[in-house]
Design a protein around this ligand. Structure first.
Ligand code: SFD
Ligand code: AMP
Length: 678
């Protein structure tokens, strides 16, 4: 088929809005909000302009949109070195310890700000039991920021696990966004610009400078509500559009496919757009396969850690303590099994399932009964019963705060968590760098951590290998377990460094190489294709079967099928191999060719098309990384069936890749891992 171009002969031509700024934030999630808050403090006195562009409405955008029930990274009285060890263990021995340590030393300050801005944080009551945020306030418990000492703060918070604290977090994102928007408004006033916060604008592509090699200069995107294309010019940029979902076929089917654990609107834009301008990726073989409450994708952390629930197979056996499974696992994965991290827990769960011992059950009922018993013993019959009722409400609120669909699932299935167990299962894979995963970009470290190799710090903290292009949260690789608080803190770290970069490059004037008309035509091509060919179909709504185009929904399903079957999704129990990946890549190539025939009947579908362009590149990066690393570093997340072992002699290293978009070629290199903390 000949290549189509958009000449606007069939579809409407958008208005083109050009916007000049100094520091551009792509995304409006935790990292972007952190960056907006921090960077404005350094930028305002110097009249440096900051602009945020979010594909959605920032109040409820990103992974925290529905809210959360816990802040998973809070140091409190812990030693930061122990945090580094914890992250290293959970991520199978390969992390950038300089980045993780740096995050650990900054993260608590973000949590203290959240509370100051209005986030209710649970506290420990005088009787040793937990108080909700509002109860703590009414009981006169101080704000964390007003407590001087880490040890005292540790006594005050209500820990679920060693690193996690409980919150009433339904409005978490709204609270964090409010502070970011306020900061942006102060910057707008300090710099006199007309607008510096763009919502519902989807960024499609980053643009390099015409004169300075390997230097970021701008970005382009379109409004998902109005017929407008936006071109942003900037001296520095923070690329934080979150991680990626729906590359792999989800377990949910039909209309339920709109439900996954990871937010369906994070579509790999960061990984794809960064790779396209040549920023190096690291550990893209890593993916996150969260064990979740089946069908509703409710998170399990609060149940494991706070309610102390046990997960067992259907015969009541704790699969994580099953010696047979553990010994088998040790033969292949050695000492890494002992750490019993997230990947290994998944692996052992699947051992039970493969042996026909599923469904796997989260025993919510026995956990709640045990807690109820403790309440009664300590508080007496009446007060104990009252406390138990409150606990029951907490159990529902855990989901109502964060994964409302799971509460719906419980209600629909007549599940009373205090009476019946619930099924859990490993979900389909996602790509992210801030939860229990570490996919992302290879970035410069802080430079002041003893023992860190000099080549880990080539400039500004969290800057990628492209000058002026910074990463944080899900896009900053080899350093997971940041979660919501850490992503915010990392956005602040990167934001501050980006302002330093702008000040140091004061004479830099970003100049775009590309012709604006070409860029606009590229974005709108799916609209043109649709309008040109819509009447070539016998289908009454010209929606599905058409010889000239493919709709985004069909395209996405094809991608999911390839990823699922060839790159190790749920249908193969996450197993793949060299030959399978190679065949999958061959099919992916054909899909990429068909991408030039994507068709959009409206702006919403144009968004869907662009999400898919980004997903395909993310999928390819992942598959090529899995192919490169000839071992199974993350059992429970994925297995190279042809190398089903952890091979420290050859693969205890970072895998770094670089994409040459013009030649459509990927290059790989190994970078030695260095342990910085004992
Ligand atoms: O229960 C474009 N996370 C949890 N963290 C916690 O601290 N506690 C929890 O309880 C957490 N849980 C949890 C978590 C995530 C999810 C999905 C669920 C439950 C269901 C993790 C954190 O949420 C996560 O670490 C951070 O949010 C990551 O921050 P960041 O900034 O890297 O990503 P984001 O917040 O998703 O924001 C992305 C933004 O980008 C926008 N965007 N904008 C313009 N153009 C494009 N092309 C774009 N593409 C995306 C988005 O709109 C958004 O603003 S639990 O499971 O453990
Ligand atoms: P999740 O709800 O699975 O996203 O987990 C929330 C937090 O609890 C994360 O910090 C997880 O690493 C941690 N977590 C979840 N399950 C367990 C478990 N079984 N043991 C230890 N930590 C866990």
């Amino acid at each position: 088929m000949e290549k189509e171009t958009c000449t606007f002969s069939f579809c409407e031509k958008p208005e083109v809005v050009e916007h000049e700024t100094d520091f551009l934030l792509i995304g409006g999630g935790m990292a972007a909000c952190g960056a907006a808050f921090e960077a404005t403090a350094w930028a305002n006195p110097k009249k440096i302009r900051i602009t945020m562009v979010d594909k959605a409405a920032t109040d409820r955008s990103g992974a925290v949109a529905m809210g959360l029930s816990a802040i998973n990274t809070y140091m409190g009285g812990n030693d930061i070195k122990d945090y580094v060890k914890y992250v290293r263990n959970d991520l199978m021995g390969i992390i950038r310890e300089d980045l993780v340590f740096d995050l650990g030393r900054h993260v608590d300050n973000s949590v203290h700000l959240f509370e100051e801005w209005g986030l209710p944080i649970w506290k420990k009551g005088d009787d040793g039991f937990s108080l909700d945020g509002h109860q703590a306030r009414d009981a006169g418990k101080p704000l964390l920021k007003d407590v001087e000492d880490n040890a005292e703060r540790e006594k005050l918070v209500c820990r679920s696990g060693r690193w996690q604290i409980m919150i009433n977090g339904e409005s978490y994102k709204v609270i964090v966004a409010e502070a970011a928007k306020k900061a942006l408004e102060a910057n707008r006033q300090a710099t006199g610009v007309e607008q510096n916060h763009f919502e519902r604008v989807f960024i499609t592509r980053l643009l390099l400078d015409a004169n300075k090699p390997n230097t970021i200069a701008g970005a382009i995107g379109f409004s998902v509500r109005e017929n407008k294309v936006y071109i942003f010019r900037a001296k520095a940029m923070l690329l934080v559009p979150g991680g990626c979902v729906n590359v792999f076929r989800p377990r949910s089917v039909g209309e339920g496919m709109g439900r996954t654990w990871f937010p369906v609107w994070n579509s790999g834009s960061g990984y794809a757009m960064g790779a396209q301008v040549g920023a190096e990726l690291v550990q893209m073989e890593n993916r996150f396969v969260p064990a979740r409450f089946k069908d509703g994708y409710g998170p399990v952390g609060a149940w494991f850690l706070f309610f102390k629930a046990k997960a067992t197979d259907s015969y009541g056996d704790d699969y994580c303590a099953n010696q047979e499974y553990i010994e088998d696992a040790k033969k292949k994965y050695g000492k890494y099994v002992d750490a019993m991290g997230t990947t290994i827990r998944n692996h052992l769960m699947m051992e039970a399932m493969i042996r026909g011992k599923g469904p796997i059950l989260m025993n919510t009922h026995t956990a709640m009964q045990a807690m109820g018993q403790t309440f009664k013993e300590k508080l007496g019959e009446k007060e104990g019963a009252k406390k138990l009722k409150h606990l029951e409400a907490e159990a529902w609120e855990d989901f109502l705060d964060m994964t409302i669909g799971q509460a719906g699932m419980w209600a629909a299935n007549n599940i009373e968590p205090d009476k019946t167990p619930s099924e859990i299962i490993p979900s389909e894979p996602y790509f992210l760098g801030s939860h229990a995963g570490c996919a992302g970009f290879w970035v410069s470290g802080p430079g002041d951590i003893p023992g860190a190799p000099a080549e880990w710090s080539w400039g500004y903290n969290r800057m990628s290998t492209v000058n002026g292009l910074f990463m944080a949260g899900d896009t900053c690789g080899a350093s997971g377990h940041k979660f919501s608080s850490g992503s915010h803190a990392e956005g602040r770290i990167a934001g501050k460094a980006a302002i330093a970069y702008i000040l140091d490059n004061a004479d830099f004037t970003p100049t775009l190489k590309e012709n604006v008309d070409d860029l606009v035509a590229e974005i709108y091509l799916p609209r043109e294709i649709y309008e040109k060919y819509k009447n070539y179909s016998t289908s009454p709504h010209h929606i599905s079967v058409n010889p000239h185009f493919i709709k985004p929904d069909q395209f996405q399903k094809r991608l999911m099928k390839i990823a699922d079957e060839y790159f190790g999704g749920v249908s193969t129990w996450f197993k793949t191999s060299k030959t399978m990946i190679e065949e999958g890549l061959r099919r992916l190539q054909l899909l990429k060719e068909d991408a030039s025939r994507l068709a959009a009947s409206n702006l919403h579908e144009l968004l869907r098309c662009w999400e898919n362009y980004h997903r395909v590149i993310t999928a390819e990066a992942h598959a090529r990384h899995v192919l490169f690393r000839e071992e199974s570093r993350y059992p429970g997340y994925y297995y190279r069936a042809d190398y089903d072992l952890i091979d420290d002699d050859n693969w205890k290293c970072f895998t770094v890749s670089k994409y040459d978009a013009e030649a459509d070629k990927w290059e790989f290199r190994k970078v030695p891992y260095v342990q910085l903390f004992d």
